[in-house]
Design a protein around this ligand. Structure first.
Ligand code: TZP
Ligand code: MG
Length: 210
């Protein structure tokens, strides 16, 4: 079973002029223990180049590496898994394509979470907890109540996502999350490693409540 605490996702617009691999390495050094390549703007060739570079990085640190949306790219770079949206390839079809690799899927309501679990997802994303500008087509925030609902009803690992910052993560953890994900707060930070360390500290100190 895949498990992790701090899920770091790439965000192409948050670190202008900085090398993607360096930024993600800083996140890993701070305690991020799963990495997702998510890129909505690069060309296919750039995507492949970046996805391969992150594969090398995540292998160096022995942590799971997930590619967003694109099953073919995930297979091509031998990622450990794929992350699907509700509008992407159905889980059963993805499972046929990726075999035993990790399949994650974003969920916004308990019915989606239950279906994901039934269909064999390895983990789910739960969110957006708060409003976020990072995802252009994000649905309305689902709030902390969804986190509690998922914590109480779903057995596979779930990760809270969407607008999560150091300033609000305590209440996300108290609502029932023991894994969190942040894009802008991590990769947009002037101190990526320190930000991740601070997330990990909070997860450790609050995390025993579950
Ligand atoms: N899925 C739901 S919200 C979101 C994604 C990819 C964006 C999260 O980004 P941020 O910057 O942590 O709000
Ligand atoms: Mg998607």
């Amino acid at each position: 079973m895949v498990d992790f605490s701090l899920y770091a996702i790439t965000g192409e617009n948050f670190h202008p002029g900085r090398d993607l691999v360096e930024v993600m390495e800083e996140a890993i050094l701070g305690g991020a223990d799963i990495v997702q390549f998510r890129d909505k703007t690069s060309s296919k060739a750039e995507m492949l180049h970046k996805a391969k570079a992150l594969r090398v990085l995540t292998r160096k640190y022995g942590i799971p590496y997930i590619v967003n949306d694109d099953v073919e790219l995930a297979l091509e770079v031998d990622a450990d898994g794929i992350h699907l949206g509700q509008g992407d390839m159905p889980i059963e079809e993805a499972r046929r394509r990726v075999g035993g690799k990790i399949i994650g899927i974003s969920t916004h309501a308990l019915e989606e979470a239950r279906l994901a679990e039934q269909q064999g997802a390895d983990y789910i994303g739960a969110g957006p907890v708060y409003a976020t500008k990072t995802k252009a087509d994000a649905v309305s925030p689902v709030g902390l109540s969804y986190i509690t609902e998922v914590a109480e009803n779903i057995s596979i690992p779930f990760v809270a996502i969407g607008g999560i910052k150091l300033s609000n993560v305590d209440e996300v953890i108290r609502a029932g999350a023991r894994r969190v994900c942040a894009i802008s707060e991590i990769v947009g930070s002037d101190d990526v490693t320190g930000t991740c360390r601070a997330f990990i500290e909070k997860l450790k100190s609050e995390g025993m409540r579950e």
